[in-house]
Design a protein. Structure first.
Length: 95
């Protein structure tokens, strides 16, 4: 894992990283989702969501608190991106 950069992560950068992960590792070929699409409607189940959370922990250096597991924070890639950009440590990497 590369050394973290000292900067604030931006939601569009996070969205790009998360979308790439979701579409590459979780979605079937030819069924890519958009950043603002509902994860639930796209077929992301609880196990797939856990994989996304583990990816966020690995990539951005923090775990999503239980009290933050609400649709406004985790309902779409864009919602997750905004959440991550607010909560990630300043030294988190988005690449």
């Amino acid at each position: 894992m590369p050394a973290p950069r000292s900067r604030h992560v931006k939601a569009p950068d996070v969205a790009e990283t998360l979308l790439a992960f979701v579409n590459t590792h979780l979605m079937a070929d030819g069924h890519a989702i958009q950043a603002d699409e509902s994860l639930e409607a796209a077929g992301i189940d609880s196990m797939a969501l856990l994989r996304i959370f583990l990816f966020i922990e690995s990539e951005f250096g923090f775990w999503i608190a239980d009290e933050d597991l609400v649709p406004d924070n985790v309902g779409s890639v864009m919602a997750l991106s905004r959440y991550v950009s607010r909560k990630a440590p300043a030294s988190a990497s988005s690449s």
